[in-house]
Design a protein around this ligand. Sequence first.
Ligand code: 13P
Length: 286
Amino acid sequence: MLENMEKMLNRAKEEKYAVAQFNINNLEWTRFVLEECEKGETPVILGVSEGAAKYMGGYKTVVDMVKNLMNYLSITIPVAIHLDHASSFESCKDAIDSGFTSVMIDASKEDLQTNIEISRKVVEYAHARGVTVEGEIGHVGGQEDGVVGGILYAEVEDCVTYCKETKIDFLAPALGSVHGPYHGDPVLAFDRMEEIKEKTNLPLVLHGGSGIYDEQIRKAISCGICKLNINTELQQAWTKGVREKLSADSEVYDPRKVIKAGENYLKEAVKQKIELLGSNGKAKKI
Ligand code: 13P
């Protein structure tokens, strides 16, 4: 069932597990993720970046594709379609009007007051339409800013002020994770994560979920993380299968066979992640 993230993340918070946001890039990925999550009986969040939405033909195309696939595949688990790192109110509005059930407004590069003003406007528009909102404090670095140099750790007091003033549903505080591959070991500020959880009492989100060690993910869940965003690891898994196929079979030319070659690796990556996060089986009672 298509829904927003409220029930799924608040239940995860109560029962101390996390729900995966798997970013989608095309129809096949969406199908592979939905099939594996249905099999694992887990709620799932389909993350869609602005770039991926453009690639797939716009927000409305994405929503129609997800709905039609869910119908075609008889998907029964809770599924959220979530706009990842929206750069403006207009982008959030466009996604909401197109049927997204959740959005993330990322005004984290702005000063705190501007971030609050933009986020509040998104929250007002979204809540009036039953859509949930995630916001970011600090700045999760990554490929887009030249890796580790881009991290700006979230300050606890900024998080508290931001949540109070915006009425945001979920908070993504930047605490050392980066988007894309890590250069060196990930260093996460767990003490601060726990303090933010205590003081905001909101389900927390960890971006840059690829490449973080399993024990760090377990620890992050115990410190308040209820949603983990994963994109790069699925891309790497899928590409591995496609690369193997193309190296082993120089005659293949049917795009369906090429794309499908990544299916098993991608599904295995999804399975491992939902088991690690502890969300498998949780769709049964929702
Ligand atoms: P990774 O690509 O590092 O998994 O990060 C995904 C993410 O945080 C999307 O918002």
